[in-house]
Design a protein around this ligand. Sequence first.
Ligand code: GAP
Length: 486
Amino acid sequence: MSTNKEDLFKNVISHAKEYGFVFPSSEIYDGLSAVYDYGQLGAELKNNIKTYWWKAMVQMNENIVGIDSAIFMHPKIWKASGHVDGFNDPMIDNKDSKKRYRADNLLEDRITKYERDGKTDKAKQLEADLESCLKNDDLAGLRQLIIDHEIVCPVSGTRNWTDVRQFNLMFSTQFGSIAEDAEAVYLRPETAQGIFVNFLNVQKSGRMKIPFGIAQIGKAFRNEVIARQFIMRMREFEQMEMQFFVRPGTEMEWYQHWKEARLKWHLALGTDPSKYRYHDHAKLAHYANAAVDIEFEFPFGFKEVEGIHSRTDFDLKQHQEYSGKKLQFFDPEINQNYVPYVIETSIGLDRMFLLTLCNAYQEEDLSEGDKTDSRTVLKLHPSLAPVKAAVLPLTKKDGLPEKAREIMNMMKLDFNMQYDEKDAIGKRYRRQDAIGTPFCITVDYESLENNTVTIRHRDSMQQERVSVDQLERIIGDLVSWKNLLS
Ligand code: GAP
């Protein structure tokens, strides 16, 4: 079965909807652009990804703690952080199609095309020109590059472009009951600031000593002008961020440490390493002195999943200045007060979800001889799989459902399980394959005789017979977080 990458991505999206992973938001009202809901299996998978991250970052590191700060924050925070003035995207409109694009993305796509066509010199030159325009906030220069490289609007096919303009990405809303008195507040565009403003609260209450980290998982909102590629770029999304506070001068060591540790976290899931790469930022954000993206090869190309940023002491210093409160640490080892430097790791949960789905989705040809057969299977890591095991009585009679129910009741507190007695066993296996259930426990006539069942393994489709007394331990070992984190 050969499916091209574009079709493959379409198939992943429709699979996600068909099996209850992701639905378009407000679908019965024709949807809301770039907003999505997670369905019954999507919510489970998302929770498992969160747990994997939380355990790896918080539970396994004695010097990292987790918090849950509010989405609404004092409006001055966003002034201090630089988001009010600097959180912009350079946008350009095509006058014929009325479509809006990120100018840098149009140019990046052209670089990729040059690379694909073997025009390496042209690609390198354009990359350098783009980098220089972005560094200098040269909007006219960006437009000129789009003209010079004869980039056309993918919709109208014309080169009738407006000027490049900056658009702020933050959503604002009113805080307070009476419209005239109400103060404008922003929906946070990143969770990081909730960590910075709680730096001293956590440090003091947790008696934390530098180096230490504060992690959190939470919603973020950005009024993305170009929202596409399913849950890749959303207006409401979730981030898993960790700010690691270090002694000034040691930040590059820690930057290197977290760069490696975060890629290791990704690779532990068993993903082919060639699907990952690092990408150093051409344009550093206003707060960073070093930054790298961890990119994954999605069906639509290599794209950022996670960023590791050396944020210097920018944020804490800004908050000191705007709040008038000292945000310093007394380091007993060197007998000095200082504003710590920060290394940030920031991963989009929804992007990690999409990565997981794209990487797991397989259309397998199982034909043998004259017999054609196929299956769609999600080869999810067992620890991430939404359903850990399905209990399937071979038939609906002769006491098999009762025995299967016994097993279900014994295991459902510890594992997310499904019970299924409808249709032929082969069809039931396929249904579980499609949602990524790693193990199917089949109850047959022998089960009644000797208290054994078969475990069918999703990936190999091999079966083994085991004692029911051993089931909880066997499944527990197979789905244990230890397989990822020890
Ligand atoms: N605190 C730093 C920060 O927010 P970022 O590179 O803007 O850095 C971090 O975002 C991660 O958040 C990205 O690597 C991506 O995975 C995710 N992300 C950013 N914007 C997103 C969006 N509109 N939709 C989904 N995920 C997004």
